[in-house]
Design a protein around this ligand. Structure first.
Ligand code: ZN
Length: 79
């Protein structure tokens, strides 16, 4: 039985933001990825290329960088 492994296209992001509750600087990191596979298609039905995936991942990372963050413990205090 052959096993198919799809190539993972991955981007790593890091940011320093201030917690929305306590105002202390915090570091967050994330990894976004998609796999190159026959089912990962664009809206017009074409299989996404590596560069298309990378472009989408960059957009996702940018959105993530713009997001406000709160420490888990601060979120609890806020309620
Ligand atoms: Zn905090």
């Amino acid at each position: 039985m052959p096993t198919y492994t799809f190539e993972k296209v991955e981007l790593y992001g890091e940011k320093r933001v201030k917690c929305t509750v306590c105002g202390k600087a915090m570091k967050r990191r994330t990894t976004v990825y998609q796999t190159l596979n026959p089912f990962n298609k664009t809206d017009d039905g074409k299989v996404k290329s590596r560069s298309q995936i990378l472009a989408e991942l960059r957009v996702k990372l940018d959105a993530w960088r713009g997001q406000a963050e709160t420490h888990a413990k601060c979120e609890g205090d806020a309620s």
